[in-house]
Unconditional design. Structure first.
Lengths: 282, 267
């Protein structure tokens, strides 16, 4: 179920002197099953953009189509849209409220009006998908560690069985180990279920390893929209807008400048290793 | 959504009124309110109206903003007017069934309406031109004499400024949590009262937890910077009266004197 954004504009506090033009003429097509990284500096409009995708914010100009239907049409069922386009907010663990983990994850599917059995089956499956052990299921969500809380919160959205999963900075505030675990889990989930995943981040390093397409936002507009390899070629321009390419890009560029005949388009450490070995063998 | 609510609004502008010492504005507001009850004649209200209009003009705040504050009290105003209109005994003008409109009733109703709306507009001139922080600063300084009676003036002022500081933060937080729960299929709008109250649980629990967490963090941050209450605490920018503040006090005294004279000479 593809999402199409057609000339989307959004202005915060439109009629006052504090108006902020958060999105400017954004045109995007998000086809089924892609793994997308949405990158931008703080205030670039990426969080505003993802809130448009499930109809939480209505654009001040332009249209958004989900599966060929305008999501802001009069008779469009927004609740159904929100179950199809799952949005996990930044620091999602701040939205936990139930007495135990399992009940909290049940909240989403219960709101969809599913039977109790179906609700519980989905909650169980979702908790398994995020890799949470059974022993935590009946604990208070407030007693868990930060990383575990975040898993529970992500499971809360997954339990609605969305076709598109959007995660806004899922690794914010986690330590490197927790970050890698969450990202690996998401990659695994993507592989197993084949759903569309949009990973919002300000760190190229985090997403380069996983995604097949990167959308770079800058000051409310789409700056680049391409494969990671192509996007990272513009690493100098990225630096100018406060972003950076992964460290390997810099190493490969430096090696190339200093006379080692390597291809400079490696985006992960593995690829870089291969490229360097190949160059050395020559 | 909820962020559109404006509360305790401060309107940024570069005017004489904005620059006045908060103590002057607090005193002036209190004096103005008292003056509304001192004068009882139409001449008096004319003077008050002129004074208020001059203040609004000087403050450079658009009149539209002042009226915005009025919307909230329209209902209270209406009740006051209706009660005064029908329940004041006196010379009967119109009589419908059990209700009688008296001459005195009309007089009182109009007077109350004028008083109340002047009161609201007058105090909103203060809140619109003074930042919450300088307002609490002014209050702290003005209430200092109460320390003799062991009133914890500094602590009260600090609590007030923290509370005011947190209003926008908590509003933003509410907005965020609401959106997140809507994304999980929560419904805050439909259903009867009980269902609506129940629907608030997923919003209120995270909100309370977040408020406690923030309060805890703030307390820790204050202690880390050696905050220990009002004892021996000095200010980086202590309030100091400038020339314009003295002039303002003069104008205020003149206005009040006029009001008292009106009370004495016009009955």
């Amino acid at each position: 179920m593809p999402i199409i954004l057609n000339h989307v504009d959004y202005i915060y506090s439109g009629d006052t002197s504090l108006a902020v033009h958060a999105l400017k003429d954004v045109n995007l097509v998000i086809p089924d099953g892609q793994f997308i990284g949405l990158i931008g500096h703080t205030g670039s409009g990426k969080s505003t953009l993802v809130q448009h995708l499930n109809g939480l914010i209505k654009p001040t100009g332009g249209n958004i189509y989900f599966n060929g239907e305008d999501i802001h049409a009069e008779d469009y069922n927004k609740k159904k849209l929100r179950s199809k386009v799952g949005l996990v907010f930044q620091y999602p663990e701040h939205q936990l409220f139930e007495i135990d983990v399992f009940t909290d994850v049940c909240f989403g599917p219960k709101n969809l009006g599913l039977s109790r059995q179906e609700t519980e089956l989905r909650a169980y499956a979702a908790l398994k998908q995020v890799g949470l052990e059974d022993e935590y299921f009946y604990q208070s969500p407030f007693d868990l560690s930060g990383g575990q809380k975040r898993r529970v919160a992500i499971a809360g959205v997954l339990a609605m069985k969305p076709d598109v999963l959007i995660l806004d900075e899922p690794t914010a505030g986690l330590d490197p180990k927790g970050r890698d675990e969450i990202l690996d889990q998401i990659a695994k989930l993507k592989k197993e279920t084949g759903i569309t995943v949009i990973l919002v981040s300000h760190s190229m390093e985090d997403v380069a390893k996983y995604v097949e397409r990167i959308i770079v936002m800058n000051k409310g507009s789409v700056m680049y929209d391409d494969t990671p390899k192509e996007v990272f070629k513009h690493y100098r321009e990225l630096e100018e807008v406060g972003l950076a390419a992964p460290q390997v890009t810099y190493i490969m560029q430096a090696l190339h400048r200093n006379g080692l005949p390597v291809h400079t388009d490696a985006t992960t450490i593995e690829e870089a290793k291969e490229a360097i070995l190949r160059a050395l063998k020559k | 959504m909820i962020r559109d609510i404006t509360l305790g609004q401060y309107y940024q502008a570069d005017s004489v009124i904005h620059k006045l010492d908060p103590r002057v504005k607090l005193t002036a507001t209190i004096c103005f309110i008292v003056s509304l009850f001192v004068v009882r004649s139409w001449v008096g209200y004319m003077v008050a109206a002129v004074f208020l209009a001059a203040m609004i003009k000087l403050s450079k705040v658009p009149f539209k903003y002042m009226v915005k504050g009025m919307k909230a009290i329209v209902f209270i105003l209406l009740i006051t007017v209706v009660f005064n209109l029908f329940l004041t005994p006196g010379e009967v003008l119109v009589s419908v069934w059990k209700f009688k409109i008296t001459k005195e009733g009309i007089h009182f109703a109009v007077m109350m309406a004028v008083r109340l709306s002047f009161l609201i507009v007058g105090s909103s001139v203060m809140t619109l031109t003074t930042t919450p922080n300088s307002l609490t600063d002014g209050m702290e300084k003005l209430m200092k004499p109460l320390k003799v009676f062991k009133v914890p003036v500094h602590e009260v002022a600090m609590m007030m400024s923290i509370a005011l500081r947190f209003i926008p933060i908590l509003l933003e937080e509410t907005d965020k949590i609401m959106k997140a729960q809507i994304a999980r299929g929560a419904d805050f709008e439909s259903g009867n009262l009980i269902k609506k109250a129940k629907a608030m649980v997923p919003l209120l629990v995270p909100l309370f937890i977040s408020a406690f967490r923030r309060a805890n963090d703030l307390a820790m941050a204050m202690e880390a910077r050696c905050y220990r209450g009002g004892e021996h605490r000095t200010k980086m920018k202590p309030l100091k009266y400038a020339g314009r503040d003295r002039i303002a006090y003069g104008v205020l005294a003149a206005y009040f004197a006029v009001c008292v004279c009106i009370r004495v000479y016009f009955r």
